[in-house]
Design a protein around this ligand. Structure first.
Ligand code: CUA
Length: 333
């Protein structure tokens, strides 16, 4: 088992050990019994085979092997259901983060409106509740070290909560000399645990397999300080262009759009020499890839899809500033 980094971990691990221990004992009993009985009652030359005797049915034995397994199963149910309820019902004062899944990225929105991509900062020692939604297909939020997992389903909200433990033994990351720098206590992975498709019909194996993110656990005092710092996302790109390039990977564009000259098209058209092309849309219309078109293609992706590609692009939330930066970057490709 990976290290257990939430308050749920000890209980989940105990249940896991109990279920697997019980299964191992049952397997041993069945296999040893099977082999022993097969050896004991094997066919012998000197003994004639007799039909099984029904009259020798042993009621007590029959009852025993019906009733005995009920006990561990009832325990598993009770114990597991209790833990499930504990994980389902978050404390009232939990810190709520909205989690939006899409092919193939995770987006996290804090109560103060700050949106993070593929990274989620949380305070240690405090209940954090995640409200999950999906903009396309079913994904599954899985943080193995926190022992939590829940599906993100289009058209509905699901939720889970956890409390990450503090780890005073782990050295802090970050620039500790700057008072407001983000000091990361430790990192723990988020995976997608529901097969949600692959990017690119013949492209590299991207998509579900690479739909990962990271939870960055901070000491509560660091988290509060960091959250109240303007521009706290921690990146201060020197230029709009650099910001645009960061957004390109953070928003997950790179999963479906190649940038290199001559690269094979993935799920979406290549962005090499994107601007000023003449392309045909699926409805047969000819459009010039100018700024208004690219903007529309990002904000309302299904409106005019380039012919030869499926209408699979999710709608991506971006502020005007982010859009400007991204367009600036796209223009350089
Ligand atoms: Cu999202 Cu698999």
């Amino acid at each position: 088992m990976p290290p257990g980094l939430s308050t749920f971990a000890p209980e989940v691990d105990r249940i896991f050990a109990f279920v697997h221990g019980t299964a191992a004992i049952a397997l041993a009993v069945v296999v040893v019994g099977l082999v022993a009985l097969a050896a004991r009652y094997r066919r012998r030359r000197d003994v004639a085979a007799a039909p099984p005797s029904v009259s020798r049915a042993w009621l007590a034995l029959e009852l025993a092997w019906v009733v005995a397994p009920v006990v561990p199963f009832a325990l598993m149910f009770h114990w597991g259901f209790q833990a499930y309820l504990d994980q389902s019902i978050a404390p009232d004062d939990a810190y709520v983060v909205r989690v939006r899944a899409r092919r193939w990225a995770w987006e996290f929105e804090h109560p103060n409106g700050i949106v993070e991509d593929d990274e989620l900062h949380v305070p240690a020692g405090r209940a954090v509740r995640l409200v999950l939604s999906s903009s396309d297909v079913i994904h599954s939020f899985f943080a193995p070290e926190l022992r939590v997992k829940r599906d993100a389903v289009p058209g509905m909200f699901t939720s889970l909560w956890f409390e990450a433990i503090e780890r005073p033994d782990v050295p802090l990351e970050g620039d500790l000399s700057v008072p407001d720098a983000r000091r990361i206590g430790y990192r723990t992975p988020i995976l997608c645990a529901e097969l949600c498709g692959a990017s690119g019909r013949w492209g590299p194996n991207q998509g579900h397999a690479t739909m990962a993110a990271e939870i960055l656990v901070m000491r509560p005092e660091d988290f509060d300080a960091w959250m109240s710092t303007p521009g706290c996302l921690g990146f201060a790109p020197a230029t709009t262009l650099e910001w645009g390039e960061q957004l390109f990977s953070q928003k997950g564009c790179s999963a479906c759009h190649a940038r290199e000259e001559g690269a094979q098209a993935l799920a979406g058209p290549s962005f090499h020499g994107l601007f000023g092309r003449e392309v045909r849309t699926t409805s047969g219309e000819l459009v010039i890839t100018d700024e208004p078109y690219v903007r529309e293609a990002i904000l309302q992706p299904g409106t005019r899809v380039v012919a030869g590609f499926d209408d699979v692009m999710p709608r991506i939330r971006m502020s005007e500033e982010q859009l400007d930066a991204l367009l600036e970057y796209l223009r350089t490709l």
